[in-house]
Ligand binder design. Structure first.
Ligand code: 6PG
Length: 244
């Protein structure tokens, strides 16, 4: 994949978690609608974790043209898809169980067999999905951990901006409950056209400050530079004083 150009950061702060989730849903919906005026399909990558749960519930009520949207995941815990900690399960219970979505449009990360083989298989899924375009996802939804990780790119690992692999099997640091994970690599995230970084809650404020006000390059999320735009969606609790 070509090196992606650097992009400017944009930040929107909402008063609380509900308003933050509604803002994110509105922006996802308007982006999908505008991109589908120019493209046949929209490729959306989901973040895992707890922050996007309400957003996904709101997307279920947003009457998007789901038959023209392909769903992917930025990372996954290597557990069965019906496991309570699965990122597929999160999207299933908040969104997929409530909408009419063609099965062939849903591309979960495989979590059976060997993690390395599953990573290779998903890399092939992505290469096939994006074979006829210069970019990967039209929108990558990303979360951020308090340690500055995003997807399952952790500060302990080499972020590898030029990683030749599209998907990696990784072990999360011991502070995380599920160790074995699959993650899209930085080149895949940086070749997304756009990304929304979704951060909510006071526990993340110091890390947001390190990223937005101190440009702390030791944090994997600081290495994310999509091709067109990077939008930080925060609630006030997560916003450093300069951003609030
Ligand atoms: C995962 C996510 C991960 C998540 C952050 C934030 O699989 O855990 O993809 O990158 O977005 O850890 O998680 P919370 O939203 O739960 O704080």
């Amino acid at each position: 994949m070509p090196d992606s150009p650097r992009t400017d950061k944009d930040v929107h702060v909402s008063p609380d978690h509900e308003a933050f989730s509604r803002e994110a849903a509105d922006r996802v919906r308007s982006l999908v609608e505008s991109v589908l005026e120019e493209q046949e399909f929209f490729a959306l990558a989901f973040a895992g974790g707890s922050t996007p749960r309400r957003l996904y519930e709101l997307l279920a009520d947003s009457s998007l043209p789901w038959d023209r949207i392909h769903l992917f995941w930025g990372d996954e815990r290597f557990v069965p898809h019906d496991h309570p900690k699965s990122n597929v399960q999160l999207v299933r219970e908040t969104l997929l169980n409530k909408i009419d979505m063609p099965d062939e449009n849903v591309h979960p990360m495989p979590t059976s067999g060997s993690p390395q083989a599953a990573a290779s298989a998903y890399a092939e899924t992505l290469r096939h999905a994006f074979a006829d375009r210069a970019h990967t996802f039209d929108l990558a939804l990303l979360g951020m951990g308090g340690d500055g990780h995003t997807a399952s790119l952790f500060p302990e690992d080499d972020p590898a901006p030029n990683d030749p692999n599209w998907v990696r099997a990784v072990s999360a640091p011991p502070r995380h409950d599920i160790s074995q994970r699959l993650t899209c690599t930085l080149p895949v995230l940086n070749n997304a056209n756009r990304a929304f970084v979704l951060v909510s809650g006071a526990s993340k404020r110091d890390t947001v400050d390190r990223v937005l006000n101190q440009q702390d390059s030791s944090l994997p999320i600081t290495q994310v530079h999509p091709r067109t735009s990077l939008l930080w969606l925060l609630d006030e609790a997560a916003a450093p004083t300069e951003e609030a």
